[in-house]
Design a protein around this ligand. Structure first.
Ligand code: NAD
Length: 472
């Protein structure tokens, strides 16, 4: 499959960029360049926003059933490309093929399906006294997305935006733009009206900032790091544009003393290492009550040692490479700092063997981590689990909430009511009790510096709406 691309998708057509610069996309397993894509400019963003603005009037007035039919066709076209999408995610991100197929490709298809349903059944206007309260699409959406779940992060914005009646300009991550191109092949084949969705690839400081600062973008929907989210929010604040921010996390997996330890540890390690730990919701702090701490550590060590590192196309591989050399070096520095700060190495570490070629980090477990130390506070974004002993439920809650983030978390207990009491005290946007499955229709988003607003389901759709009160 030739992955190289030369054009942007603007106003329903593939068109050449305004400049001559291009960006290289690397395969993190081989370290080779697999493709180039154009590096956009502010002028390209202007063209994309103009197309989205021109399309907004008719798309926002389209019957909801027609919008749902468009999304349904997009779902069919994406499904037809599922094999190529999974393989492309393996090439540009290094996710093991099984995860690339089930999660990286399967999840966004499920999310898109949920918005086919929601688009067809918009909420009825609400009557409040003499007011009719209606929802209207917010307008032109600038969507800026990261590399760790390249298709899902885009679909989580595009699908509700289109369902609500908004038009979109997308800038995917420069590390993983090839998946976005496959999505736009599907957009074109599905026959979405010109200008409804537009694609400009490029760097954050050029294309991302041009979108965030653009006077004709009504909502900037951003997923990425907290530092970049802050910059995006500053740019949008200058014109009081709406922002939705899905940012970083440092989520706690709270294992109470009556938990089924075997399952809690197995699922907990799996969650922390999913996608080589490059998951915003990863439970990267495992909090275990002291009565079961040593027992838990033995289980953690056994589970982590079972994570085979290697070629993501090999069926036995459970940990692929990290996305880039820079990310690998950052993660290694976090591990070194964690050990220097007094953490005890249980598995992996900086000297553990990994393949010579590729941006690999060995699965790493560090115990006795100080809850105030950098390893417990900073988002590492690699296969690194910090294990922290806690005294009792109150102490577990205090340590879990000792974070500037609040995105996800977990609680394990044989007593579901006890787990629920703890879950309700966690200052975080989502908590899973006893390994309950991810719900793609539930609201997703963060407390504190993990973000502003919610994605997915009907709450995600509401992000793309203005509210109007009509008195009569
Ligand atoms: P990042 O912040 O570096 O980049 C995200 C996007 O922003 C990319 O498209 C990038 O090009 C763009 N960007 C960079 N600088 C910009 C600027 N100055 N102005 C506008 N746009 C700019 O993040 P990343 O490294 O791609 O992704 C990893 C981060 O994303 C992690 O912190 C992770 O926790 C977070 N994340 C959060 C969620 C969530 O839903 N909460 C989901 C996935 C990832």
């Amino acid at each position: 499959m030739d992955l190289a691309r030369t054009d942007f998708y603007l106003d329903g057509r593939w068109v050449p960029p305004s400049g001559a610069e291009s960006l290289e996309v690397h395969d993190p397993t081989t370290e080779e360049i697999v493709a180039t894509v154009p590096a956009g400019t502010a002028e390209d963003v202007d063209r994309a926003v103009a197309a989205a603005r021109a399309a907004f009037g008719s798309w926002s007035a389209t019957d909801p059933a027609d919008r749902a039919a468009h999304l349904d066709r997009l779902h069919a076209e994406l499904t037809a490309r599922a094999y190529d999408i999974a393989r492309t995610v393996v090439r540009e991100l290094g996710t093991p093929l099984k995860v690339a197929t089930r999660v990286q490709t399967g999840l966004p298809l499920t999310v898109l399906r949920s918005y086919v349903d929601l688009a067809a059944r918009p909420p009825a206007p609400e009557t409040v006294g003499n007011s009719l309260v209606v929802r209207e699409p917010v307008g032109v959406v600038g969507a800026i997305t990261p590399w760790n779940y390249p298709l899902h992060q885009i679909v989580a914005k595009l699908a509700p935006a289109l369902a609500a009646g908004c038009t979109v300009v997308l800038k995917p991550s420069e590390l993983t733009p090839l998946t976005a191109y496959l999505l736009f092949d599907a957009v074109h084949a599905a026959g979405l009206p010109p200008g409804v969705v537009n694609l400009v690839t490029g760097t954050g400081p050029v294309v991302g900032e041009a979108i965030a600062a653009h006077p004709d973008v009504d909502l900037v929907s951003f997923t990425g790091s907290t530092a970049t989210g802050r910059r995006v929010a500053h740019l949008a604040a200058d014109r009081i544009a709406r922002v939705a921010l899905e940012l970083g996390g440092k989520s706690a997996n709270v294992i109470l003393d009556d938990a089924d330890l075997t399952t809690a540890v197995k699922v907990g390690v799996g969650n922390a290492f999913l996608n080589s730990g490059q998951t915003c919701t990863a439970w990267t702090r495992m909090l275990v009550q002291r009565a079961r701490y040593d027992e838990a550590l033995d289980l953690v060590a056994k589970a982590a040692e079972g994570y085979q590192v290697g070629d993501p196309l090999e069926p036995a591989t459970r940990l692929g490479p990290l996305v880039s050399a820079q990310q690998r070096d950052r993660v290694r520095a976090h591990v070194a700092r964690g050990l220097a700060d007094g953490g005890r190495l249980v598995v992996g570490g900086p000297d553990a063997p990994v393949p010579d070629r590729g941006f690999f980090v060995a699965p790493t477990v560090i115990a006795d981590v100080d809850p105030d130390s950098a390893l417990a506070q900073e988002e590492v974004f690699g296969p690194v689990l910090a294990v922290i002993p806690v005294d009792d439920d109150d102490h577990a809650v205090a340590v879990a909430n000792n974070s500037r983030y609040g995105l996800a978390g977990a609680v394990w207990s044989a007593d579901e009511e006890r787990a629920l009491r703890v879950a309700r005290r966690l200052r975080t946007g989502a908590v899973d009790i006893n390994g309950a499955p991810f719900n793609p229709r539930a609201p997703f988003g963060g407390y504190k510096q993990s973000g502003l607003g919610r994605e997915l389901g009907s709450h995600g759709l509401a992000e793309f709406c203005e509210i109007k009160a009509i008195q009569r």
